[in-house]
Design a protein around this ligand. Structure first.
Ligand SMILES: Nc1ncnc2c1ncn2[C@@H]1O[C@H](COP(=O)(O)OP(=O)(O)OP(=O)(O)O)[C@@H](O)[C@H]1O
Ligand SMILES: O=c1ccn([C@@H]2O[C@H](COP(=O)(O)O)[C@@H](O)[C@H]2O)c(=O)[nH]1
Length: 239
């Protein structure tokens, strides 16, 4: 097995990817596959924190766009990320991977509450830590939560596992001729307005000098490949 380049990373797993071909909700076979990729990373000795999106269930803008209250919509979106976190934890535990869910919104009957201290404690015991509930605040996204938790857990990189295999000159789903970048700086992502990740997330990663690696979460074994320096991806770093 190749040596990983990182000891501790934050995986941002696409919520939308979890629905598979269903169009909504969670396809357990997809959750199981993503869990097996995380298990592979653990077998390599990499400490893993995970933020899961909620796009397969709910995004706050859906309420706002129909004249509803954005904050309530965002609360619904954050609850969606808790559902996804519980599903992914279930898939990991089926593989005997010790996993804990820490939520930014207290719900003690369901999971532990987030704190940096709890995070570092669970990581030190070799557990996968899944961060649920985003940042706990409306008007943010789980990309921002990923950058925030990466900084708090001392992650060496944010691995954004998404629907596409890197950052392109334009959204490759809308512009098939768009070209993939191998490498960008955080500032270039912001200056060029490349919308694969939101501005707040990229700015926070830049401020804390945390590289972001964008890759496709649909590739089985793709996460381990990226961790060892292979695979198709875009690397965003300081220079
Ligand atoms: N310049 C770009 N390069 C690559 N992807 C882009 C770009 N601009 C827009 N995108 C789109 O951004 C999407 C990723 O955005 P987003 O983070 O919302 O999705 P996600 O990873 O599925 O997250 P969620 O967890 O919210 O479901 C890609 O699937 C792609 O279609
Ligand atoms: O910190 C956060 C994170 C998320 N939200 C809301 O949840 C949904 C789902 O997250 P995605 O990142 O879009 O997958 C998001 O659209 C927001 O409505 C939030 O309010 N705060």
């Amino acid at each position: 097995m190749s040596q990983p380049l990182y000891k501790r990373v934050l995986l941002k797993a696409s919520g939308e990817a979890l629905m598979g071909s269903q169009g909504f909700g969670i396809d357990v076979t997809v959750a199981d596959r993503i869990a097996s990729d995380i298990a592979e990373a653990r077998e390599m000795g990499v400490e893993v924190g995970v933020v899961v999106g909620g796009g397969n269930i709910f995004r706050g803008v859906a309420v706002a766009s129909k004249g509803g209250d954005r904050v309530t919509g965002d609360h619904m979106g954050m609850l969606a990320t808790v559902i996804n976190a519980l599903a992914l934890a279930t898939s990991l535990r089926k593989l005997n991977i010790d996993t804990v869910v820490l939520s930014a919104i207290a719900m003690p009957e369901i999971c532990e509450s987030f704190s940096q201290r709890a995070t570092l404690y669970h990581l030190s015991l070799g557990r996968v830590v899944i961060f649920a509930g985003g940042t706990g605040n409306p008007f943010f996204t789980t990309d921002s939560a990923a950058a925030l938790r990466a900084a708090e857990m001392g992650a060496e990189a944010i691995m954004k596992g998404t629907q596409v295999d890197g950052i392109y000159s334009a959204d490759p789903k809308k512009f098939p001729d768009a070209e993939r970048y191998e490498h960008l700086t955080h500032s270039q992502v912001l200056e060029k307005g490349l919308a694969v990740m939101d501005v707040a997330a990229v700015a926070l990663a830049r401020e804390n000098s945390i590289p972001i690696i964008v890759f496709s979460i649909h590739e089985k074994g793709g996460f381990a490949q990226i961790l060892t320096g292979g695979g198709r991806k875009t690397i965003v770093s300081d220079n």
